[in-house]
Design a protein around this ligand. Structure first.
Ligand code: ZN
Length: 323
């Protein structure tokens, strides 16, 4: 087996109901940049919306399938129950006040395994955590209205996988994905990949009914492969270990393979390249509907099946700042 771990979290994909409400929350409240408006390649009559930093770099991305009328899901074993973002160490108080002013309830920040965590829910009930993270050098997106650059969300920090039987899930992360245990406390084990930011997976002991993936829950978590060659190597290793893995799929902005961890949560390994500027310039990211070449012939029909979206105005200067 290769002893290289994925380079960190690439993106988290979750399920929402109303796309406009989703855009408004993640751009105007959390201050992320809408970096791509496209469709679910496997169900092109629904949007796939990507949010991230200025350029939509891997490790900063949260994406959504908005399915209008989708029933609410249920967190529980076999699902990803929390998505944590990193914010600067002194920013939690600012975020708590801002969220309260915007009518988003939060508790107080709580201490958990040496970290300070502010929990909130998005309009569909998805659990988001803001974690005070000293030393995160990522810049986040500084073009959002009303979010000063010094408080901007920096990118993904960690995800939590709930499991009723910890051992098989932990074994896959450690032995097949080469993650290492960083901390263990109160039924929660933190695995880390590489040495970078946005590279933690927590496995939390959870009893009760299995989770249900639907509205307001995470659909899957993607891990970073530096290139297609490494992705193929990991694919071979997973297959040899008896894991059912998809073929490599062309997602336009990266290529992907998918498989499930033993508890049932869906994982993906996605490449860092080519990224979101492959089909529109940095200044224009997210402003109009982009389709992969194989769906382009059906653009008229696809566009007609999607509700119109009002996307936020961004400051030109910030929109062009990807470095
Ligand atoms: Zn994905």
């Amino acid at each position: 087996m290769s002893d290289i771990a994925p380079h960190g979290l690439h993106h988290v994909t979750a399920i929402a109901s109303d796309p406009q409400r989703n855009v408004d929350f993640y751009t105007e409240v959390l201050g992320l940049r809408l970096v791509k408006q496209t469709v679910n390649f496997d169900a092109p009559d629904t949007y796939h919306l990507y949010y991230g930093d200025a350029e939509g770099r891997p490790s900063t991305l949260l994406t959504f399938f908005p399915w209008r009328g989708v029933p609410a899901g249920r967190p529980g074993p076999g699902t990803v129950t929390a998505t944590a973002f990193s914010v600067p160490p002194d920013s939690l108080g600012w975020w708590q006040r801002r969220l309260a002013e915007m009518g988003v309830p939060t508790g107080r920040p709580v201490d958990r395994s040496d970290e300070e965590v502010l929990a909130l829910r998005d309009p569909d009930g998805l659990l988001i955590e803001l974690v005070a993270s000293p030393g995160d050098t990522r810049s986040g997106w500084d073009g959002a209205a009303h979010v000063p650059a010094e408080h901007a969300v920096r990118g993904l920090h960690a995800v939590t996988i709930a499991a009723d039987d910890l051992e098989p899930t932990q074994r896959m992360l450690a032995e097949l994905l080469n993650m290492r245990v960083d901390a263990e406390e109160d039924g929660r084990t933190r695995f880390v990949m590489g040495g970078g930011e946005g590279a933690a997976v927590d496995v939390a002991a959870t009893n009760g009914r299995p989770g249900l993936v639907a509205g307001g829950t995470v659909h899957h978590v993607a891990l970073r492969a530096p290139d297609g060659e490494t992705q193929m190597r990991w694919r071979r290793q997973l297959v040899e270990a008896g894991v059912h893995v998809t073929e490599v799929l062309d997602r336009k902005y990266f290529t992907s393979i998918y498989f499930r961890e033993p508890g049932g949560a869906l994982l993906e390994i996605a490449t860092d390249r080519p990224g979101f500027t492959v089909d529109e310039p940095l200044l224009e990211l997210g402003r109009s509907l982009k389709l992969p070449p194989w769906l382009e012939p059906d653009r008229e029909q696809i566009a007609a099946s999607l509700p119109p979206l009002r996307v936020p105005e961004v400051v030109e200067e910030a929109a062009g700042r990807g470095g």
